[in-house]
Design a binder for this molecule. Structure first.
Ligand code: FAD
Ligand code: FES
Length: 327
């Protein structure tokens, strides 16, 4: 079986990228040196032609920017909200569906951490990020103060799997299930679904890390969220969770979005497949380990059935198939 993926970067202002220049484009078979064009992304943007027009070179790629912190606050000692001022002319579109940035406090690039963009104010050249302070990279943000400088590159666009299903959902019903910090990469998709006149039902399991997630989401983003326990005391998916999903499928929900760990997401995706026969569209957050975000370093790659290497920092998959490669 052929595994189809799409590139989240396709036709963006950084396309063609270094992958096209070096003969490894995800979309264009001609750029990969094949004789026949089997381009499946036909929205009128020909990567080969654009590469030719650009003298065979990649377009300007993401470069590191120095940004100033304009606001910061900490919840529960574990989650930090920061607002950043983006240098003049660089704001571009930081909040597209799936947008995330690589950010660090220290000069050393090893500390780059992928974080989703929650919110942007173009007029103020400002973006907002919510960071869970958990390990060596994220704990560096703990003492960050207003006026400090951070290093940022982006926006990258593959922070969500199922972008097409999300962007095409209008005047329908959707169900959102999140656990812990998985809520925040899901915030922009939620706001877009609401904007597109969808009836969005949101459930959150606060997880074990912070007990103020629910309050933060309600106070800051005025979301109507119901609290649940996704897991039962034995560590299995709770019957309450399965009942909510089954009920939503019966109520003709058109899309289900998951913002949880991969382990939980895999079980929930399998359950939806069993109950709906893939008739419900899915989207989910992308928890892959990322380093360059450009399809180069290999940190995010998965080998699918020894047939194809997928770069999860860039490639969009069918979410039911994506569920199969989650561990
Ligand atoms: C597209 C994307 C968007 C994200 N958005 C947010 C967000 O909005 N807020 C937030 O708090 N976190 C977000 N994360 C997760 C965040 O990047 C990790 O929590 C962070 O990298 C942890 O690094 P650490 O050194 O502090 O912790 P560690 O102790 O090294 O790791 C803690 C957890 O993060 C995972 N992790 C470690 N390094 C990476 C990496 N380079 N890429 C992805 N996961 C990693 C580990 O497997 C572990 O589960 C996002 C991750 C991705 C891929
Ligand atoms: S993060 Fe480097 S190839 Fe995907």
């Amino acid at each position: 079986m052929r595994i189809y993926t799409k590139c989240s970067n396709y036709a963006s202002d950084t396309c063609p990228c270094v992958l096209a220049e070096s003969g490894h484009c995800i979309v264009c078979s001609m750029c990969r040196g094949e004789d026949f064009c089997d381009c499946s992304d036909t929205s009128g943007f020909c990567v080969m032609q654009e590469l030719y027009n650009n003298g065979g070179k990649a377009r300007d790629q993401h470069h590191m920017m120095k940004c100033t912190v304009t606001y910061e606050t900490v919840f529960d000692d574990t989650i930090k909200l920061i607002r950043l001022n983006i240098p003049d002319g660089e704001i571009r579109s930081f909040t597209q569906l799936g947008s995330f940035v690589f950010i660090r406090v220290l000069e050393n690039t090893f500390y780059d951490v992928p974080i989703s963009v929650l919110y942007e104010e173009i007029d103020l050249d400002s973006i907002e990020l919510m960071i869970q302070l958990q390990g060596i990279k994220t704990k560096c943000f703990k003492n960050l103060k207003k006026g400090d400088t951070v290093f940022l590159r982006g926006p990258y666009l593959n922070g969500i799997q199922g972008l097409k299903a999300l962007s095409s959902l209008h005047n329908s019903k959707s169900l959102v299930i999140c656990r812990g910090i998985g809520l925040f990469p899901s915030l922009y998709p939620i706001s877009q679904m609401i904007k597109n006149n969808n009836d969005v039902k949101i459930y959150l399991d606060q997880g074990t890390f912070s007990k103020t997630l629910l309050r933060a989401a309600k106070d800051l983003y005025e979301l109507d969220i119901e609290e649940i326990s996704i897991m039962d005391p034995g560590g299995r998916i709770s019957s309450q969770m399965y009942a909510i999903i089954d009920d939503a499928i019966k109520q003709d929900v058109k899309l289900i979005h998951f913002g949880t760990s991969d382990h939980v997401m895999k079980q929930l995706i399998d359950h939806v497949e069993e109950k709906s026969g893939r008739n419900v569209a899915l989207s989910c957050i992308n928890n892959s380990h990322m380093c360059c975000g450009e399809g180069i370093c290999g940190a995010c790659t998965r080998n699918i059935n020894s047939q194809k290497i997928v770069h999860l920092c860039k490639e969009q998959m069918d979410v039911y198939e994506y569920g199969k490669i989650l561990i």
